[in-house]
Design a binder for this molecule. Structure first.
Ligand SMILES: NC(=O)c1ccc[n+]([C@@H]2O[C@H](COP(=O)([O-])OP(=O)(O)OC[C@H]3O[C@@H](n4cnc5c(N)ncnc54)[C@H](OP(=O)(O)O)[C@@H]3O)[C@@H](O)[C@H]2O)c1
Length: 246
């Protein structure tokens, strides 16, 4: 994928990985708009206010972006929340609902909002965002993993449905990256720049791969194939001991 001459909207680009990716595209020469609820914290990039849990907000953001950038040719669905859950506590349903609303339904709604534009244009790309956790659960983040597995499956279907239209679908599969507070709780999280260096190198290959899986994410992505799934899941379940009362 070329990143030097795109007009790209990164929904969920107001912080973290999305903001870092936005700066990579901008530095490479692309026109970049970042979206999110809290656009005030963004310096030096064009922004659009969008709440992916609100269909009206998505429609307004789409209209605003397409009016200013009728040549928009890449949409990244980066918005996501990462929530720890105690499944023995019935109150976790609230966390599950929020996680599904942002990570899964929010992704689908943003894809739906821009599909007619990209199809009408006859070329363009979506980049969806999952996680190593889509392929290898981290049991402390149960609904998070479920939504990311769902976005993986959805991305595969979207790619199949858009085949032959000129609109591509690429799935970004980050491992733990030192953003969104991960840097405090996970000393093994990959520094953002190291992640972006590798991810951009893979993303810019020709032909564009269906999935961008950096080296650190490969053990999770391929655990089932590699026969390491049960052992890794057991290791990752040890973090449950940090829940109150365990
Ligand atoms: N960091 C990791 O270890 C890791 C690993 C695998 C996958 N990922 C995925 O990578 C993506 C980015 O994560 P990150 O680590 O960069 O986290 P982050 O810094 O918290 O970024 C999350 C982004 O999502 C946006 N967002 C959250 N709720 C939203 C809503 N209702 N409407 C619109 N935007 C919303 C936030 O913008 P506002 O708050 O301004 O709305 C922000 O721009 C997520 O999808 C995450 O699941 C992260």
């Amino acid at each position: 994928m070329d990143i030097t001459d795109r007009t790209v909207l990164i929904v969920g680009g107001t912080s973290g990985i999305g903001n870092g990716l936005a700066r990579r595209f901008a530095d490479a020469g692309s026109t970049v708009i970042v979206g999110g609820r809290d656009t005030d914290r963004v310096d030096g990039l064009e922004t659009v206010t969008i709440d992916v849990t609100d269909p009206g907000s998505i429609a307004r953001a789409r209209d605003e972006v397409l009016a200013a950038h009728p040549d928009l040719d890449l949409v990244v669905t980066m918005s996501g929340v990462m929530v720890l859950e105690d499944l023995r506590d019935p109150a976790h349903t609230d966390q599950a609902e929020t996680t599904i609303a942002v990570n899964l339904l929010g992704t689908i709604r943003v894809l739906d909002a821009f599909t007619p534009h990209l199809l009408g244009q006859g070329h363009g790309d979506f980049i969806t965002v999952t996680s190593g956790i889509a392929f290898m659960p981290f049991p402390l983040m149960a609904t998070y993993g479920a939504t990311k597995a769902a976005v993986h499956a959805y991305s595969e279907s979207l790619r199949a449905q858009l085949a032959g239209t000129g609109v591509g679908v690429t799935e970004l599969v980050p491992p733990a990256v030192a953003t969104a507070g991960q840097e405090q709780v996970n000393p093994n999280a990959l520094p953002l720049d190291a992640f972006l260096d590798e991810a951009v190198e893979i993303l810019t290959q020709d032909p564009t791969p269906n999935e961008v899986v950096v080296e650190r994410a490969q053990a999770l992505r391929w655990a089932e194939r590699d026969g390491t799934y049960a052992e890794l899941l057991e290791q990752r379940s040890r973090a449950l001991s940090t829940l109150p009362g365990r």
